[in-house]
Design a protein around this ligand. Structure first.
Ligand code: HMG
Ligand code: MG
Length: 295
């Protein structure tokens, strides 16, 4: 049976924009405020990582300081270490997100350490977040394949996800970073992970490189999953995963969910115009089919 409600975790301003040409700060602010006005209640607004590695996110503090916060919206940001957490706290983020991988090689390329070193690094982040009562989300990348290692064992995904939950994450987002998953494979991986992490505490995060993201969501909707990550206009990719395309477009996800009678609280038409505006600013073609149809 499908759930009555799905929570959308919007990653466009972070996962999307981190892999697009730099966008002016005023346009980032308009984007985030537009997402909230369309009814999105969970927004990853930026990233407190090294600006040398991801220059597109270098202005995250200024962006988060300058947005007008909508009352029911939770604003989050990526924090790879305690430095990131401090920056996030300084600008009043409602929650933070740590990120590691199920692939050793990807982890090295992305955050320059092994998986176990990343988890050790997160200990201080979780401890400080707990002290501050700050909810921590966690990502596991490469859950269905790695650009360097190829196939990744679902048991490895389960082990990392379980550890993150034990450390204190309220939710673990499973990332198909390079978008190689297909429905049956995704479902098998999710069933394996669900043995040690309750599906209600898992989110799914699909990149749409091979056009499978929507089908992958559908294959998992009756599994107890309550949250799906997506990016308005299908923005983005990952700077450390060559060839990966943007995230599943939020508009396309909403159109399918609403068609199934699943409630999200988001106005898809209003969202489509927010996405179109940012595409115009970036000078790119809108990657949401639903947005193109609606507009
Ligand atoms: P490091 O290279 O291991 O070394 O960084 P470090 O810790 O010694 O720091 C190097 C420099 O970065 C130093 O500056 C630090 O001060 C600075 P320098 O002395 O050279 O001038 N630094 C920082 N600056 C700002 N904020 C910080 C911070 N920490 C250190 N928090 C580090 C490790 C993780 C910081 C670095 O490798 C990094 O920032 N990597 C970027 C990773 C990234 O953002 N990747 C993309 C996001 S993940 C993703 O997209 C996947 C996801 O969407 C899910 C999926 O699709 O699978 C989440
Ligand atoms: Mg991603």
């Amino acid at each position: 049976m499908y759930p009555a409600h799905i929570s959308i975790y919007e990653v466009g301003p972070r996962d999307g924009l981190q892999n697009e040409a730099p966008l002016h700060i005023a346009d980032k602010i308009n984007l985030i405020e537009g997402l909230a006005a369309a009814g999105i209640q969970r927004i990853e607004a930026g990233s407190f990582v090294s600006p040398k590695w991801v220059p597109q996110m270098a202005d995250s503090a200024a962006v988060c300081q300058q947005i007008t916060r909508a009352p029911k919206v939770r604003y989050s940001a990526l924090t790879p270490n305690i430095t990131g957490l401090k920056h996030a706290v300084a600008v009043g983020m409602d929650e933070i997100a740590v990120f590691t991988a199920a692939s050793e090689t990807f982890c090295q390329h992305n955050i320059h350490c092994s998986i176990s070193q990343s988890l050790a690094r997160f200990e201080a982040v979780f401890t400080e977040a707990q002290r501050l009562n700050l909810p921590v989300r966690a990502y596991v990348s490469c859950v269905l394949g790695c650009p360097y290692e190829g196939d990744i064992a679902a048991e490895q995904v389960a082990a990392v996800a379980h550890t993150l939950l034990e450390m204190g994450a309220y939710e673990v987002s499973l990332g198909d970073t390079i978008g190689v998953g297909t429905p049956a494979k995704v479902r098998r991986m999710l069933d394996t992970v669900s043995v040690c992490v309750p599906p209600a505490q898992l989110a799914l995060h699909f990149h749409d490189t091979y056009g499978q993201a929507l089908a992958n969501v559908l294959a998992c909707l009756d599994s107890g999953i309550a949250t799906i990550d997506s990016a308005v206009a299908g923005l983005g990719g990952c700077p450390y995963a060559r060839g990966s395309s943007g995230n599943l477009a939020t508009e396309d996800l909403l159109y399918m969910l609403h068609g199934l009678g699943i409630h999200t609280g988001i106005d898809v038409k209003q969202l489509a115009s927010v996405g179109q505006q940012v595409c115009q600013r970036l000078g790119i073609v809108n990657r949401s089919k639903v947005a193109l149809a609606l507009l």
